[in-house]
Design a protein around this ligand. Structure first.
Ligand SMILES: NC(=O)c1ccc[n+]([C@@H]2O[C@H](COP(=O)([O-])OP(=O)(O)OC[C@H]3O[C@@H](n4cnc5c(N)ncnc54)[C@H](O)[C@@H]3O)[C@@H](O)[C@H]2O)c1
Length: 255
């Protein structure tokens, strides 16, 4: 088991990527804190992990709020004993263009998508430093954090921020033996903010055009959080079916 004895906090674990990551972490021996704003979702995931003999507790918290992040880390530590791994998975998108988005909408996306990994990361790192034996923080980026898009102005900007936040966190936390890495999805399961997985959604990619699955992400996040990845720090690992391999403007590829 890759994560035996570890305690992991996974934000936004009520569905899709966070949910599959929580399930796999539990199978790999971690005690998992299932964090979500949606109580019913968090409790359902935790209960089904426990039904399969895993260890999981549901926590309801808004991880875009600093006092809530500090309280969450204290509650997880009290209930599960310590914090070894944080997966900063929560994000929201805007799907707006520059001339349409309001400042309020922009600020909300920034708070949830960019500020949350900072304040949750800092809260978890404080606990890891107190424990004294390191830890791992996996931030969820996006291919949207590496390119401009015709929509999602705030999301692309926030995810670009998460890319560099990861590098600076990795540098600044390395004296404490805390690794910080970025997992970069593209079109995995249901779109961000949506419940429904549409298997007929076009997913052009270099991997047979099959849809990316939450389990594809979970396996990579689990690897990054484990000691198998102990020499990976500050890097971005793309789980995107190869879509970012193509040079923009190259029209020679038949998707
Ligand atoms: N799904 C994709 O195709 C895709 C593509 C690129 C990047 N990503 C990234 O992967 C991560 C997960 O994406 P997803 O599609 O699984 O997300 P999702 O929208 O399906 O699930 C997010 C979960 O987070 C919860 N949540 C939202 N705001 C919260 C808050 N403030 N506090 C606590 N919980 C909150 C929601 O209730 C939901 O259960 C995100 O960072 C996203 O940007 C996803």
């Amino acid at each position: 088991m890759k994560l035996k004895g570890k305690v992991a906090i996974i934000t936004g674990a009520g569905r899709n990527i966070g949910e599959d990551t929580a399930r796999l972490f539990a199978k790999e021996g971690a005690k998992v804190a299932i964090v979500d704003l949606d109580k019913a979702r968090a409790e359902a995931v935790a209960a089904s992990i426990r039904a399969e003999k895993g260890v999981a507790e549901a926590f309801v918290a808004n991880v875009a709020d600093e006092p809530a992040c500090d309280k969450l880390v204290a509650e997880v530590t009290a209930k599960l004993g310590r914090v070894d791994i944080l997966v900063n998975n929560v994000a929201i998108s805007d799907n707006k263009k520059i001339m349409d988005i309001t400042l309020e909408e922009w600020n909300r996306v920034m708070q949830v998508t960019l500020t949350s990994p900072f304040i949750m990361g800092r809260a978890a790192a404080r606990q890891m430093i107190k424990q004294g034996d390191g830890g791992v923080i996996v931030n969820l980026g996006s291919t949207s954090g590496f390119y401009g898009r015709s929509t999602a102005l705030a999301y692309t900007t926030a995810k670009g921020g998460v890319t560099n936040l990861t590098k600076s966190m990795a540098i600044q936390l390395s004296p404490h033996n805390i690794r910080v890495v970025l997992a970069v999805p593209n079109k995995i399961g249901s779109p961000v903010g949506k419940d429904d997985f549409d298997p007929s959604r076009p997913t052009p990619n270099l991997c047979g055009n099959r849809p990316g699955l939450p389990s594809d992400m979970a396996k990579v996040i689990c690897f990054l959080a484990s000691d198998d990845a102990s020499f990976i720090n500050g890097s971005a690992v793309f789980v995107d079916g190869g879509v970012t391999a193509l040079m923009p403007g190259d029209a020679g590829v038949k998707w």
